[in-house]
Design a protein around this ligand. Sequence first.
Ligand code: GDP
Ligand code: GDP
Length: 419
Amino acid sequence: MFKFFKDKLKGVVDSIKKGVEEEVETKEVKINTNKVNTISKKKETTKTNVSTKKKKEKKETKKEVLKKEIKIEKKEEEKKVEENADKEIPEEEKESFFKKIFKKKEDSEKENIEEELTNKKEEKDSKKGVSVFKKITEKITKFDLSEERFEDLFWQLEVTLLENNVAVEVIDKIKKDLKEELTTGKIYRKGVEELINETLKKSIEEVLSVESFDLIKKVKKKKPFVIAFIGINGSGKTTTMAKTASLFKNNNLKVAFAASDTFRAAAIHQLEVHADKLGVKMIKHDYNADPAAVAFDAIEHAKAKGLDVVMIDTAGRLHSNTNLMEELKKIIRVNKPDLKIFVGESITGNDCVEQAKVYDEIVGIDAIILAKADVDEKGGAAISVSYITKKPILYLGTGQNYDDLKKFNKNIMIKNLGL
Ligand code: GDP
Ligand code: GDP
């Protein structure tokens, strides 16, 4: 599930991360170059400064050499001491040896004082603004991307999201969130990848955070509880309805089917096969009968027999067909279902989101089940449909068996995307 999207996302995050890091490098180099430029400008104007600096540099190199020499000598002498430990050292040699040691101590003390003076001078200079090192470090650790560069880098992610059927509105939100993080001085040199991943995760979490409910609990609150299943032909509506009926049965709820898809003779037969398998009572009329009347009869039957749930199968129709939408409106108007579940086909991506939107505008949907998520390598519909309609996804259809209906969990979804 969603593997293609996951792999693509990983690749593009990697690439954005590299882009951002390169940008940090460039900026760092630029700042350093600027620093050199300022120094050389200062060199031109204040020659005395230059000579002092040069002298200081010379002094420093001299100091370095001296330090190294002392270190080597010390090592050699320590070695000698060890070698001669049990030998007796002649008095004068001893003297010269200690003399040497004390002389070096004097030298190093002198050196320390010199060093301290230089440090103090540098500190003074820095206060005057000569040294910009501190400022550079700050700028590099808290770095922000220019808007133009952000647009450049985001483009790859935008293409990936579009390619994986993520709705434009969702892409806009992800873009806004990422821009907020990457262009306002929040980038730390290390952790660019975490910042991008965390932001993406948070955006998608928010996109998926639509108030939901527990279907079983809800159904148990009213008797009979009436649910209409709506959506276009072939989306998996009938199979999903049968899977949901199986779930109800496992929760000790007695179910009746209304075969309100009277448009296709095969549809009635298809539902009947499921009803027989599941041991569910199905109310049917003839082919081409009024679907609203079939649902009405099923509800009456449930009331008379004390059944818990009535599930209305409606004919699939294209949302652009206004006549058929009028007929669906009639089913809803006459039977006032407690819940209208839109069944969408996960793999159709943006089309599925668009259908859900139109169905919601015309008859009002309460929740969504996305069928065929098991064969969807992209996942854009699952990410987008709730954000666009503000209606929760209750379940994902994950196969053709009755128990292939998984409760939708945004955390699992996010995990599936590798975030
Ligand atoms: P309807 O026309 O909307 O009622 O769609 P159907 O219920 O007849 O389903 C159309 C096809 O999709 C059938 O072959 C189903 O077996 C298949 N199908 C339905 N749900 C799923 C699912 O979650 N996963 C897979 N892989 N196939 C499904
Ligand atoms: P068209 O594309 O607008 O010509 O409509 P269709 O070819 O999809 O449907 C032809 C006729 O079948 C329409 O006049 C509808 O009234 C009818 N029809 C379509 N769907 C249904 C349905 O779900 N139930 C019933 N009873 N009739 C339907």
